[in-house]
Design a protein around this ligand. Structure first.
Ligand code: G6P
Length: 480
């Protein structure tokens, strides 16, 4: 088997400083890292190298201290891969990650601009863009240096859309896949980007041999965006884009979850302890659960508003239901995210004031990162709400049914990539329609237990159809 290199912004490990300045490693967070850490274990290739960015000062210090820049970590943390952490200057990293990747490309792909906040691309954008180019070049340089002849390279996400082209220019012998973990914007929205930047993003990904997406609709949108690109020939039936003699195949790989690994994790004592605490807090009330990053695209505010409308329209639920909203802090360098989190907290406070009594806590919002607690809550939930305005896949919608003990009903946005596989057994909603979402919550609560259990079993089966290992193996196979 040939050597495999993985490249992503966030790596499988990250460091912090202890009080006395020592480096403490911990597992990197987020869905992308979990999926990739699970999969590198299964490649059964000792020669997997994972290239990622140093995210802060402690990471930079670890990267500098590691011999040759490679961190040898035990297999549990990294899925068996060696890690090379790139020591990218802090200002370059900040502009590439925050200004371009998260505040521009993420916003475009999730249709997150609104009219008062329409983008304003100016000289500063060009400066940020140069940092994004330098950041991508740092990855391409490292990959070009470390890759054996003919190696396979898997480049992840919108942070690294230029790296495939840059790497192909440096090392035409390599076989490259780029994978988008986000939605892809439709062409009329993608056109918001300055022409040169939009063209560079597409051209960058077209440097790969295979461009992977989570759902059919995102792959189709990418092909639509490539259509007007000068020199590009799009063949929709074959799902290829040909440019300057190079063919990029476009593939759909709907990432699922590893049911056995997830159940094994949920059986650990830290989860059991949290399950006991939650049980006590919820009592014999029905439980509506949501688990998200504090991320505007996750649509937490409209979700809470729907719960409020449920309580207003259906007083029969007062005292009989609890809504748990777990929100992991995310991207707080961006003011839009800080503002959004504040908005979520305000609305949660209002609902608690309006409906809470000495005997009944209608809504519990926890803004903190406690993964084992979420796993415990999945087991207890009667209803799981996943209502993003747009989402590449959404793995919460897949993890919940797998860990459900009572057979939970899933209220699911039709705009999540997961809807392509789960819509038949979920209650699907238009994520902007708060009233419809409130009614779906009501119907979910009323669903007879046997029907709920049947549907939940089918959701779990669909959720585990393509576990991370097979998802990754499929992409590597597409390079042969
Ligand atoms: C989510 C998205 C991924 C993205 C990741 C980055 O998981 O679905 O597309 O790569 O966030 O998150 P971060 O916390 O590193 O900004």
């Amino acid at each position: 088997m040939s050597q495999v290199l993985v490249a992503s912004n966030r790596g499988p490990v990250s460091f912090s400083f202890s009080g006395d300045g020592a480096l403490i490693p911990r597992r990197g967070g987020g869905g992308l890292v979990s999926a990739l850490a699970a999969m590198t274990g299964d490649v059964r290739n000792p020669d997997v190298l994972w290239v990622c960015a140093a995210l802060g000062d402690a990471d930079r210090s670890a990267a500098r201290r590691a011999p040759g820049g490679r961190l040898g970590l035990d297999g549990h943390d990294t899925g068996g891969a060696a890690v090379r952490m790139l020591d990218i200057p802090a200002a370059t990293f900040h502009r590439a990650y925050n200004a371009v990747a998260n505040a521009t490309l993420w916003f475009v792909h999730h249709l997150m601009y609104d009219t008062p906040r329409a983008p304003h691309f100016d000289a500063r954008t060009r400066r940020d863009w140069q940092s994004y180019e330098a950041y991508n070049a740092a990855f391409a340089d490292a990959l070009a240096r470390d890759a054996a002849p003919g190696a396979k390279v898997a480049i992840q996400d919108y942070h690294l859309s230029l790296a495939p082209r840059m790497l192909r220019d440096r090392r035409p012998d390599l076989r490259i896949v780029h994978f988008s973990h986000t939605p892809w914007a439709p062409p009329e929205y993608f056109r918001l980007l300055p022409d040169d930047i939009g063209a560079a993003v597409l051209d960058g990904i077209l440097g790969a041999d295979h461009a992977g997406f989570l759902a059919e609709r995102w792959a189709a949108a990418f092909l639509d965006c490539c259509e007007p690109l000068p020199g590009a020939r799009v063949d929709r039936a074959a799902r290829t884009v040909t440019r300057a003699g190079h063919v990029t195949r476009v593939g759909v790989h709907p990432l699922g979850v590893d049911g056995d690994a997830l159940r094994a994790r949920a059986a650990e004592p830290d989860v059991a302890e949290r399950r006991r605490a939650l049980r006590e807090r919820v009592g014999d009330r029905r439980l509506i659960l949501r688990v998200d990053r504090t991320e505007p695209s996750k649509n937490i505010v409209r979700g809470l508003a729907a719960y409020r409308e449920l309580l207003a329209r259906h007083p029969e639920w007062h005292g009989r239901v609890v809504h748990l909203a777990f929100a992991y802090p995310s991207r707080h360098d961006l003011h839009e995210y800080r503002e959004y989190t504040a908005q979520v907290r305000r609305l949660a406070g209002q609902i608690a004031d309006e409906y809470g009594t000495a005997a009944w806590e209608p809504l519990i919002l926890e803004v903190e990162d406690d993964h084992p607690r979420s796993l415990a809550a999945y087991g207890l939930a009667d209803v799981l709400v996943v209502n993003p305005i747009r989402d590449g896949m959404n793995l919460v919608a897949k993890e919940g049914p797998v860990l459900s003990e009572r057979g939970c009903a899933l209220v699911l946005s039709r705009e999540a990539g997961a809807a392509a596989e789960l819509a038949d057994d979920a209650l699907t909603v238009n994520p902007y329609d708060v009233s419809q979402t409130a009614e779906a919550l009501h119907r979910a609560l009323l669903m007879p237990p046997d029907r709920r259990a049947e549907r939940c079993a089918r959701l779990a089966a669909a959720a585990t159809a393509l576990p991370p290992r097979r998802w990754f193996a499929e992409q590597l196979a597409a390079l042969d």
